[in-house]
Design a protein around this ligand. Sequence first.
Ligand code: SF4
Length: 296
Amino acid sequence: MENIKISTVCGLCGGCLRAINTTKEELNKGNSVTIFKEIVHNKNVNNSLAMLGAKTEDDIAKLTPDNIAIIRAHGEPPQTFEYLQDKGIEYRDCTCPNVSAIHKKVQEYSNLGYKIILLGKHKTKMHPEVLGTVGWCNTDCVLVEDEEDISKLQSYHNDKFYLVCQTTFNMQKADLYIDKINEILTQNNCEIVVNKSICSAQKLINQHSVELAKQSDIMIVVGGKNSSNSIELYKNMSSICPSIFIENIFDYTLALKEAGLNISKSTKIGLTAGASTLKEELVELKDLIEKDIQKA
Ligand code: SF4
């Protein structure tokens, strides 16, 4: 059906795919595998790995040497790796290379005497990537999620700062905050080196989805409700056209109803997904909507 389109770029990113494939490879070799914390914020992916035999464990104390531990793409603080080595637990480090690059940089700059500014989610709940990155800072790390946090920087004078971003931080907010931070620190005679480390996978998904949203009557975003990049994507889509956000493709009719939206053969529907969702789910959703519209 011509009117239902899937965003050209969307769905599972290279970092998450790598972690999932590594898990599958280990299982295929016959190894017992425990994923340390949810591999991606996507129930379908997590359930399918569980069906293949992978366990998931949130408590590090419950990891044992008879299972290979998988470190997910969000990364972990160095203490996690030290713990695993101490306990003789074999692990596969699937930290996304983009996240590892941030870890290396904050470590390098903090060792040079720079304080770290990290733009990332930490208020309602510390985002796992933020938690990991903070662990790699060998000096003060100022967390900035909103404008209120920026005011904390007023108390620093004649200091050196290195700024990084959570890879899924909102691009517009980052630009705005970086300008404000620059202004305060320059006034206070501080030096600042900025590394706008927002992931390009995010940027591309967003750019392509925005283009599709502009040509659509309704956008459907599929992703985990605890996935920051999916939440951001949904917010962006909603600012362009009426949108719904679903975790499970079979929930789309209910979500449309709750949003007071109706679809027909002539409705232009755009489908997109955050970086933790398989694109195959969108293909399935497209088929489902097409069948439902035909039946109606
Ligand atoms: S969104 Fe980007 S940084 Fe995050 S895991 Fe995927 S590729 Fe890596």
